[in-house]
Design a protein around this ligand. Structure first.
Ligand SMILES: Nc1ncnc2c1ncn2[C@@H]1O[C@H](COP(=O)(O)OP(=O)(O)OP(=O)(O)O)[C@@H](O)[C@H]1O
Ligand SMILES: [Mg+2]
Length: 324
């Protein structure tokens, strides 16, 4: 199974405190895997272990057939890593830095110069090409680091909060790049931006307290939201006429009258099990001859699911637990 990134039961403690507590997953080519979790959940530690910058206490990592723990150098050749805190050589210009990265990665002569030009164009670094890294703005530093991660066109990319600090336009540019590269590569990216997960990831792992608590597609996760398929309905009859009938809908768990006047009402209806309510509402309105003026169906909310199944460092130290 050489096309896989395989992480098997990795564990890591710092000074007796568990940071990663038995994480296992396998990712295949053509996947953008979003790594989500509260602060301190163990995302960066897991990525550093995969990148070969940190040894796990136990467990193994296999990068396209190469054991990253036994042979980190060979595994690193297949990996591009954008760390959380970008260690750059501040006194070099962007071009000098990329030249240095090129040499380290085995590029020389014309091929190296060509690649530097390509990368500078791809990462929109032309305006700062001759500027020293120390003097770059945060966004340009981030993009310079992104450029080093993809320089050797590695089949596996580990991106720790890749759009952190970028302006909205550049966030979009980087997301487009990730989406495009994700068709051919294995990309593991950590983020706190749930909208980013929905925009670019084909799979999501949620990690909490060093453990995987969800592994699914973003769509499937969203469907676990308590508000999934809830309907907000505007009817051309007063609430007093509709409420009792609506309460009889078999899937209903919650009903709230949001607005009403003498002729219309707007009602929020939430199903108990995520089943769609809209068809039953349509059928009822038809049967009772109620004018159905508007129906809006809730698509679910990833952030609500995230909050429900994760435990933050703060709640952990407060001794409470809201895990699944
Ligand atoms: N080098 C280290 N020495 C001691 N503790 C560490 C070290 N690196 C990480 N930790 C601890 O391991 C736990 C997991 O940290 P990690 O950086 O992996 O979290 P994270 O999920 O990336 O969080 P964030 O969303 O804030 O980036 C934390 O409690 C952190 O303090
Ligand atoms: Mg982190």
């Amino acid at each position: 199974m050489a096309e896989l990134l395989e992480v098997r039961d990795i564990r890591k403690s710092f000074n007796g405190r568990v940071a990663v507590d038995g994480v296992s997953f396998a990712v295949e080519k053509g996947t953008v895997l979003g790594f989500l979790g509260p602060n301190g959940a163990g995302k960066t530690t897991t990525m550093r272990i995969i990148a070969g910058y940190l040894l796990p206490d136990t467990g193994s990592v296999c990068v396209l057939g190469t054991d990253a723990v036994a042979d980190p150098v060979a595994a690193q050749r297949k990996i591009g890593y954008l760390p959380e805190n970008t260690p750059l050589y501040g006194e070099m210009t962007v071009e000098e830095f990329l030249d240095f990265i090129g040499e380290v990665r085995g590029f020389h002569g014309r091929a190296k110069l060509r690649r530097i030009d390509e990368i500078i164009e791809q990462c929109f670094l032309e305006p700062v090409r001759h500027q020293t890294i120390d003097t770059l703005s945060k966004g340009y530093r981030q993009r310079t680091c992104f450029a080093q991660a993809i320089f050797h066109d590695p089949p596996v990319l580990l991106l720790d909060e890749p759009t952190e600090g970028l302006d909205p336009n550049q966030k979009q540019v980087v997301r487009d790049m990730i989406r495009r590269m994700g068709q051919e590569k294995i990309i593991l990216l950590s983020t706190h931006i749930l909208e980013e997960v929905e925009a670019v990831c084909s799979r999501t792992i949620i990690i909490s307290r060093g453990r995987i608590v969800a592994d699914s597609t973003p769509d499937e996760l969203r469907r676990r939201s308590v508000t999934y398929n809830a309907a907000t309905v505007r009817l051309g009859v007063p609430a007093s006429q509709a409420e009792a009938e609506l309460r009889r809908l078999p899937a209903l768990a919650e009903l709230r009258i949001l607005e009403e006047d003498q002729r219309t009402c707007t009602v929020y209806l939430r199903p108990g099990d995520g089943r769609p309510l809209a068809p039953e509402i349509h059928a009822l309105a038809c049967e009772k001859k109620w004018p159905l003026m508007d129906v809006h169906t809730d698509e679910g909310d990833l952030s609500e699911v995230f909050r429900r199944i994760t435990v933050t460092e703060d709640t952990r130290s407060a001794g409470s637990s809201t895990a699944q």
